[in-house]
Write a protein that binds this ligand. Sequence first.
Ligand code: G4F
Length: 344
Amino acid sequence: MTKRALITGVTGQDGAYLAENLLEKGYEVHGLRPYSAVPDEGRIEKLEELKLHYGDMIDGGNILRLIDAIQPDEIYNMAAMSHVHVSFDVPEATANINALGVLRVLEALRMMGSKGKDIKFYQASSSEMYGRSPAPQNEKTKFEPCSPYGTAKLFAYWTTRNYREAYGLYAANGILFNHESPLRGEEFVTRKITKAICEIEAGLKQKISLGNLDSKRDWGHASDYMEGVWQILQAPEADDYVLATGEAHSVREFVEVAFSHIGINLAWEGENINEVGRNKITGETLVEIDQAFFRPNEVHHLLGDASKAHNKLGWKPKYSFEGLVEDMMRADRIIDKQSKPRAA
Ligand code: G4F
């Protein structure tokens, strides 16, 4: 029997990788996207078999009707206002989508009675929920969120657990550490860096402005993580799992490794807001600090311990940190792409 999946937030990085993964596994895949006046299908346009529906996490009736009409075997909630910095500007909207939106899906499943109990639910929980809790973090680590995004995600995490316990729903959390790819939005630091460096190489830009260079993240590849997300819903009992690489790097290291792909070594000079990254050979300033990219409250060090997912699900990421940067740089290179037709 063909399995049917419903993915909310299908137009985002994770939704797109997950949809592709499930289609390859033979699933019938339905994707929910909110109405957008500007084109938002870039990441999924090659997925011809994907069935798209307009759906919005702030519309409970819409969610209930869609779940009832599609009757999926599995629901993956990837919809979110996913930018931590922006969540400080729009805290109420963030809570409405990221917290109450999850409650709306779970209430829909509860209202469907026994039919709802046959549907497995995955919640995209986040390592941002750990906030200031010391690294390394795993499923037993205390949550100390320090952003509106983190607090909203924590509400959704606990609501998922409570609906599992109170109503016997198959509802599982994946606590995913940062996961990146060539499909990552350009407003996130990794893609902002790889895109800007490739533009610098092509002579389209002179330097890149960044915020906190010293915060550390456990960066993995989104394609590895979406396989783990699927594995989480295949476990006989619903449970909560951390997915992470177990290796943390600073934003500064990410910048250095990415610049090395275009043959540039950086030398850092100055301190705090006055720090700059210069080309070691030419002295040209390539990185500068801009106060606008600092957050009112920062998560300094995220480093995940995914041994539970490894031991119980057999999940292990394939990409290394260097492999991730290489993949993103390869996809963003303008010079290589321009030279391809000439070489052909
Ligand atoms: O790339 P970021 O914006 O990702 P962040 O805040 O860690 O959140 C991402 O990962 C979470 C999982 O932990 C997800 F839940 C969330 O949805 C999202 O996918 O920032 C990473 C770090 C931060 O410490 C930030 O302060 O990079 C620092 N940073 C330094 N300069 C910058 C910049 N971040 C951004 N976006 N832009 C900068 O110019």
